[in-house]
Design a protein around this ligand. Structure first.
Ligand SMILES: [Zn+2]
Ligand SMILES: [Zn+2]
Length: 393
């Protein structure tokens, strides 16, 4: 299989590795979509603990089951799945407390063991979920970041119909916006880039601007969620909490950074300052939640680049135009061979910013028994209608 191997900080290459075999209790997944996130960038830059090189990175993925190991029940080859990349022991104090993210014996796909920027990946079947028909491999790959956001909502005990201010409109900030909106909160977003501000508004933010004054709305909020990791943002957030307000820290700040706060205000206003780190026990919940937010979250995938274009993917990540960069690791022909016409049609009509799925569907139809002229025109119409509907909305 082809895989992207990190050899040293800043140094990676495309390699051919033997196809993996499933051990007892494991499944092998044909990876069809793999997300790249900030954690991957930190790993690539050599700014992340836990890892030993060389390593195949990639921990946000979806695809079809290729093989199942001894003793696996509930999964069969051909099932569409995604999986929690975090492998916890179920035996330590933190696992007993369901704080799997803090497990003393934690390992993770794409961080401490071979990951999903490859054509195949092996995972324990207990961490995999079968995806409903309304999802596909790409939305399966979005379940991991969504689970981080849902964990943050749980950590912050976010209650309905309150106000929230989010700092940062990258993938996590925008997913947090969607999750908070679906709980009925009024959400404002502070974000320096105008294009990202526009995305936040498109996803239902009450206001979005480069700073709180620019929001021209509330100045104090029940919840502050930092998804930026920027010290200036967090410091600003600490002055914006209402009584009984909660600051939820999701953004990853520099390891040695510190900030002052007012112990008097913390006491007097009964604030809470909460950290939220990765998935914990929220992967299954995110898989169940995904169908209800899938349209919004799919629109966050702005780039789809091949494994061989990984340098471009890393460059794209630095741009404000990029929200979520995906690597469709499977070759087009392999992917098409697994899909039915109905599925292709639904892919062709989805919100698809660069036409990847429309092209894929058209190619597949050409290879099948349908004439490109008839079915292709049909799909183009469908795509156009979707675009028009989106524009009108
Ligand atoms: Zn990630
Ligand atoms: Zn444990």
């Amino acid at each position: 299989m082809r895989a992207l191997e990190l050899l040293a900080p800043g140094q990676h290459r495309l390699v051919d590795l033997p196809d993996p075999e499933p051990g007892p209790g494991e499944i092998v997944i044909n990876v069809e979509a793999s997300g790249v996130c900030g954690t991957d960038l930190r790993i690539i830059q050599g700014d992340y603990g836990h890892i030993s090189l060389p390593l195949v990175i990639g921990h946000e993925f979806g695809g079809h089951v290729a093989a199942v190991g001894e003793g696996v029940t509930g999964f069969a080859p051909g099932d569409l799945v995604s999986a929690d990349p975090n492998i916890y022991c179920r035996d330590c104090e933190w696992c007993h407390r369901k704080a799997y993210n803090l497990c003393e014996n934690w390992t993770a796909v794409g961080i401490t063991r071979t990951g999903a920027l490859a054509e195949k990946v092996v995972v324990p079947s207990r961490l995999a979920v079968r995806l409903p028909d309304s999802l596909d491999a790409e939305t399966g790959a979005l379940i991991e970041p969504l689970s981080c956001v849902l964990h943050a909502m749980q950590r912050g005990q976010v209650e309905e119909k309150r106000t929230m201010l989010i700092y940062g409109a990258g993938a996590i900030g925008l997913m947090a916006l969607v999750a908070a909106r679906s709980r009925g909160l009024d959400v404002c977003v502070v974000e320096p880039h105008e294009k990202r501000q526009a995305r936040a508004l498109g996803l239902g933010a009450f206001a979005s601007a480069g700073d709180v004054a620019g929001l021209r709305t509330h100045e104090q909020f029940d919840y502050i969620l930092d998804a930026s990791g920027a010290l200036s943002a967090i410091a600003d957030g600490l002055t914006r909490l209402r009584k009984r307000g909660t600051l939820i820290q999701m953004g990853v700040a520099p390891t040695a950074a510190t900030l002052p706060y007012s112990p008097y205000e913390l006491y007097e206003k009964e604030w809470s300052i909460i950290g939220s780190n990765s998935v914990a026990d929220c992967y299954q919940l995110a898989a169940q939640t995904m169908p209800s937010v899938v349209a919004d979250l799919r629109s966050l995938v702005t780039h789809r680049l091949g494994l061989e274009d990984f340098d471009e993917a890393v460059r794209a990540m630095a741009s404000p135009d990029a929200i979520k960069v995906h690597i469709p690791t499977w070759r087009r022909e392999q992917l098409m061979a697994t899909m039915e016409l109905g599925k292709l049609r639904s892919l062709a009509s989805c919100a698809d910013s660069d036409g990847f799925f429309t092209d894929l569907a058209l190619d597949a139809l050409e290879m099948g028994s349908w004439t490109r002229r008839r079915a292709g025109a049909d799909l183009r119409d469908q795509q156009r209608t979707t675009d028009t509907t989106r524009l009108a909305a």
